[in-house]
Design a protein around this ligand. Sequence first.
Ligand code: XBP
Ligand code: MG
Length: 253
Amino acid sequence: MSLPAAVLFDVDGTLAETERDGHRPAFNRAFAEHGVDLHWDPEHYARLLAVTGGRQRIAADLRRRGRPGDEADRVAAAVHRSKTALFAEHARSGSIPARPGVRTLVADLRRHGVRVGVVTTGRREWAEPLVGHLIGDVAGRIDVAVYGDDVTAFKPDPQCYRLALRRLGMPASCVVAVEDSGPGLRAALAARLVTVVVRSEPTAGHDVRGAALVRHAFDGDPPLDAALLGALLARAEYQRTAARRSSCRRSSA
Ligand code: XBP
Ligand code: MG
């Protein structure tokens, strides 16, 4: 059986459904604390997920509503600091559940000696305790973690995935990424990673062309497991080799 050497998981929407009932209310509470006249409902928030990074998301919405750029950035930075503290408290409480099937998959990867990492645009302050609660006990020590604090460009930029690969000391060809969103998928693909999309509720309509597999859940028939991810990696390698051979044949004809 061929297996990936490592699997890199996105956090928001992938390991847990954090956006609609986690981050969104924390943003709204922070707006109220700062006297900012904004309230994000689930539909508007789902659209705003096209902008990755909480601070950038706030600034983009303020600018769209006519606030000048500098002011929007200043307000966004202050509101986002409060939002981060609020959501970190929520994450530390341990009350956010993993998506069904996530823990079974991570335990299966561990059993097969596959390394496990997380790659998120979110801040370390909340993401680290959240990941600990979600999969810490089944993943053991997480082998690599890249947070929004570690990069200068957010998904869909591939910087976060490239950094994770560098820290693992592995080429992309032996690693699988698991994402839920369009920007996340594009980041992983740009880092040349075979990528599985497990759609989440607010990212259900995102364009996920290019994914090796698109699912609506981790569990189900067949469940995502180490063998299935290994088979996807082997298929991608076969397709790459076949494409190289056919381009050699074309150029020698
Ligand atoms: C997640 C994000 C984050 C979270 C909020 O994207 O874009 O901004 O929504 O967290 P992904 P912060 O799942 O693709 O990593 O407020 O800490 O940014
Ligand atoms: Mg996500």
